[in-house]
Design a protein around this ligand. Sequence first.
Ligand SMILES: [Zn+2]
Length: 379
Amino acid sequence: MRNLVWHIFLCVALAASAWASNKVDAEQVAKEHKASFHWFPVQKTFLLAGETDTLKFAIGLPYVSSHGNSVELKRAPEITDGHILLDSADVVSLYKTDKTAAVSPTSSSSAAKVSSSSAKAAAVPAATPTAKPKNETAGTREVKTIVIDPGHGGKDTGAQGKNSNEKDIVLAVGKLLKKELEKEGFNVKMTRDKDVFIELGERANLANQWDGDLFISLHCNAIDATPERKKQIKGYHVYVLRAPESEEDKAIARRENKVATLYGEKNAKEELSPIEWFKLEARLEKYKQNSYMFTEEMLKAFDGGKIKRQGGGVGGAGFMVLVGALMPAVLFEIGFISNPEEEAYMTTTKAQEDIATRVAKAVSTYKAAVHNYRETLGR
Ligand SMILES: [Zn+2]
C-alpha cells in the first residue's frame, strides 16, 4: 500500500516536472514584452500592462482578460517557489495576437484575426442570448445565498473569556448579520440559530444542501498565556483554507478543530496530513480565488473599526469546518476573547451590530466584485 502511494506520488511528481519545462515566469514575460507587472497578493491576481493592452490574470483561473474579452488559457497561472508561472504556449499566443493588433490597428483583417481568436468564448453566449450558462457553480455565478456559521454551540462553549463564551458572541453576531444581509436582499441560511451543538462536518453538509454562494464561519480567537501576554495579543483575522504558513495559524486551526475529536465526530482530526492537502488542493483551487476576493473585502470593511487587524489580518490553515464546503469559504476570528479589552467590547450589542454591519458590507461589495468579474469574462 505504501509502495502504491509512493508510486502515485512519483508519477505525479514526474508529470509536474514535465510541465515545468513549459512554464515561464510572468515577471520575465513582462520585461521581455515591455509591459509593467502588478501583483495583488490578497486577490491573487496580476496585470501585465503593455502599450496596447492590459492583460489581467488570476492565479488558478484558466482565463485572461485581454482587449476586454475573456480568453481561455491552456493552463491557469500558478505560484511556485514565490514565482508566478504562465504556460509558455499561452504567452506565445497572447503576444502574437497583441503584436498583430499593434502593427496595423486599423486594418480590418488584423482586427478580424484578433476577434476570431479571442472572441470564441464571448461569441457563444452572444449568439444565443437566452441560453443560460451551464455548470455554473458557487464562485462563478451571481452571489445570492449566504451561509452563516456561528461556531460551536450547546455543550461546546468554544473559547472562554472572563465573563463570556465564544459560542454566545458568535451567535449574537450571526443573528444580526442575517438581519443585515436580508435587508440587502440576500437569501440567508444559518447552520445554527440557537444554542445547539452541531458537528463540524454537518455544518459544511448543510451549506452544500443549501447550495450556498459563500460560507462565513464566525469565531472568537483565544490564546492560553500569561495575563500580560493576553493583554498584548488582540485583533481580528480572516482565515481561508490553505496549507498553514506559520505555527500560530496551525495552532488556531487545531484549537478550532478540537471539538470534532473531543466529541468523537466521524473522520475527526485536528490537522490535515500532507497527502490530504494534496488531494484537497484541486477542489479548493475552484473556490480559492473567490475566498480571497471576499477576504480582501473583509479587510476593507474592517478598516477603521474598533478591533484592528492582527498582523496582516489574513491567514490559512486546515479548518475542518471549511474542508467540506463546496463554495468560497472563510473563517472569521472576530477578536480575542482572551484579551480583556476585546472581550468587553465584543459582548456589547453596539459592537456586535458594528461587526455585523461591516461583514454585511464586505458581502455586498464581494457580490458586486463577482458581478463585475463575470462581466469582464463576458458572462
Ligand atoms: Zn471557534
